[in-house]
Every structure is written in C-alpha cells, then in structure tokens.
Design a protein around this ligand. Structure first.
Ligand SMILES: *[C@@H]1O[C@H](CO)[C@@H](O)[C@H](O)[C@H]1NC(C)=O
Ligand SMILES: *[C@@H]1O[C@H](CO)[C@@H](O)[C@H](O)[C@H]1NC(C)=O
Length: 192
C-alpha cells in the first residue's frame, strides 16, 4: 500500500513538473535558432562601387535643407545645426546620365562646430541586378573636406540581411558655388 501511495505522489510530481515546463515554454518570447533555419549558409564579403549625386541646385535638387539653425547661429562657419533630406541618385559612373543603380535616401546635417563634419543617416536602396529591392543602412560621420571618409554600414535588408561593414567616400567633383557634389563610394560588406 505504501508503495502505491509513493508511486502516486511521484506521478503527481511528474505531472506538475511537465505542466510547469509547458507553461514556462508557452510564456517565453525567445528561442535559439540555427542559421540554416533562416536559409543562411555561408557569410560572404561583397564590394560595391558607385557614385552618389548630391544635387542642391535648381531646377531638380535631390537634397533639400529642412532645418536651419536659429538666425543668430547662421554665421557658423561649419553650418552647425542644419539638416537636409536627400533622395540622391546612385550611378555606375560619375556622369549625371550614367546608369542608375539605386538611391541614397536619408538625412544629413552638420554635427560639428569646429570643422565641417556631417552626421549621415542614409539608406542605400538598390534597384538593379541581384540587389534590386535590397537596402544597406549607413550611419556615420562625414568630414566632407577630408580626402577619404569612412562610415559604418550598420545593417541591411533583403540580400543584405545581417550586413555589416564600412563605406569609403571620396569626393569626385564639388561645385563650391552651388554645393552640388558627386562622391565616389566604395562599400565593403559581410552578408549572407
Ligand atoms: C546661437 O544662438 C544662441 C541663441 O540665440 C546664442 O545664445 C548663441 O550665442 C549663438 N551662437 C553662435 C555661435 O552664434
Ligand atoms: C526591380 O524590382 C522591381 C520590383 O520587383 C521591378 O518592378 C523592377 O522591374 C526591377 N528592376 C530591374 C532592373 O530588375
């Protein structure tokens, strides 16, 4: 008799444990996954090369100033405080009519008081070839008067899921009168 009582209580404990285990499982919001379950095979390194056209002049500007600093600060030699929104063409070559491969959409603004240093928050949206529909996100500091500026690539979508890397920007042409610039970009990213 004592034995069957023991068995019954052990059985009860097992049932309680099973229930609490399932309950814990049902209330959790995260789990481990194998990369294969998302179809991720081998990480690769890609190099993208294109030209970025930042056009401020009329009649078809691709970047517009949306925020100006307070009037008393406008004399700032670094334009500290201005913010612009851009939808800039990305092309294969530096000429304005060169084949379009995507757009750089985002904001940039002067974030430095002592020298010209932009904060860049940009999505590169590709519209050609195998990267059509995929994006890369750039977040970094752009000291536009330096020869080569390096900025982190912090992520991406589509073919660029899990992307990380860096972009190097080099001014190709700059019109000091209008502010129009063509910038050569070399982007190096790890992705799957
Ligand atoms: C910027 O504007 C503020 C507020 O008007 C003023 O106190 C400050 O001195 C200005 N700075 C410069 C560099 O003009
Ligand atoms: C890119 O993808 C869009 C949407 O799927 C499609 O309409 C367009 O034709 C594609 N462009 C190229 C060049 O493949």
């Amino acid at each position: 008799m004592a034995n069957s009582k023991n068995l019954a209580s052990i059985f009860t404990i097992i049932i309680i444990l099973l229930f609490s285990f399932t309950a814990a499982k049902a209330s959790t919001f995260h789990r481990n996954l194998s990369p294969m379950s998302l179809g991720l095979k081998k990480e690769k390194l890609s190099h993208l090369h294109f030209f970025f056209h930042d056009i401020l002049s009329s009649p078809n500007p691709s970047a517009v100033r949306v925020v100006e600093p307070h009037a008393s600060n406008i004399s700032s030699s670094t334009l500290f405080g201005f913010i612009a929104m851009a939808d800039d063409a990305l092309t294969v070559g530096p000429e304005p009519g060169s084949k379009l491969i995507g757009k750089a959409q985002g904001i940039y603004g002067s974030a430095a008081q002592e020298e010209i240093g932009l904060l860049m928050i940009m999505n590169f949206v590709f519209t050609e070839g195998k990267y059509n529909g995929s994006t890369l996100s750039l977040l970094g500091r752009n000291a536009v008067l330096s020869t080569v500026r390096e900025m982190p690539i912090v992520g991406g979508s589509g073919a660029f899921r899990f992307a990380r890397g860096y972009a190097q920007a080099k001014t190709h042409t700059l019109d000091f009168k209008t502010g129009d610039a063509v910038v050569e970009y070399n982007v190096y990213v790890f992705h799957y």
